[in-house]
Ligand binder design. Sequence first.
Ligand code: PLP
Length: 392
Amino acid sequence: MVNERMKGLGTERSAIRELFEYGNARAKEIGREKVFDFSLGNPNVPAPQKVKEEILRLLEEVPAETLHGYTSAPGDFSVRRSVAEFLTKESGVNVPAELVYMTCGAAASLTATLHALCNEGDEFVAIAPYFPEYKVFAEGAGGTLVSARAKDDFHLDIDELDRVIGKRTKAVLLNSPNNPTGVVYGAEEWTALSALLARKSEEKGEAIYLISDEPYRELTYGAAVPYPMAFYPNTVVCYSFSKSLSLAGERIGYVAVSPRAQNAEDVFAAICGAGRSLGFVCAPALFQRVAAACLGLTSDQSVYKTNRDLLYGALTSYGFSCVEPQGAFYLFVKSPLPTAEFCKKAREKELLLVPSDSFGIEGYVRISYCVSTEMIERSLPAFEALAKEIFV
Ligand code: PLP
């Protein structure tokens, strides 16, 4: 007998993956150029040249047994020190290398952190709409994911959070720039949230943590992305280089615990313990070093802005409604029909849009625009025809 919950997770594909597989099958039937697949958030621009240069330099200069061997479990110390120095310079919070843990991407950063914090009966509050894997990760850690609805413009609803956060809340899990809405939380929001969490921690009699999931930190269209650590002491940052450096398949990221967090050393030790119990061993050794050499760099993201402007402009001109994304590479469009019906009609026009129910709310679709601009241009007549059919 296997664990039924795990079997379920392994056999029920995520809505996003299912759509992606459908797109591939459909492309075989009618030709790739006729299918408009907006399902996946896989960066479509190459990694910066410096990534290649560093890989080649490391291969030349570092003995293979060191380069490809185990590093210590939390990561190579000089890599951790580079990350800590970078974070200190950028955030103004003095992050020591001893509180940085290198991971296999944001997914591993999140699972290690959730496992580290979770005790029986603990709840993790996420802002709906949220990244669907949050539920899987929180439940996998033995906790419960509790949803707090965002405002209509997808910014933080502090009153709603005030209602939802309670004595069982262990942490609030936030993502800015946001997948799926593209919203970037501003300094006033972090200030208000920080005051709320301080009050709630006081009422609870122990720290409520803030887990800041930041794979899209550098991916904005001009908006400043504040550092939550600078606002709230009990913060754990879950970062990844998947999107900033277009290295999603290389699995590299980190967790940084704020030195101002209550019991910061214990939180860090628990993250190391969680990583151990999950069998992470250490993050990929070559890419730890590549990432450390590329801190602050990004791949050329101008195509995402071109795509955002093109899609947002066209779709709103056809009558669809959505909030203009300030970051990440997703458009979250209000569904003008019941969502399943809308997705079906879109699919009839070969437009593959992800329904919002897996993001914890109904009535929207997500369009991932990390695709070629040319595909978007080819898709616009189909969007226009869809609008004409619906808005008659
Ligand atoms: N968090 C969010 C909001 C994401 O969108 C993603 C990936 O798309 C992840 C975490 C996981 O990132 P990674 O590929 O670095 O594990």
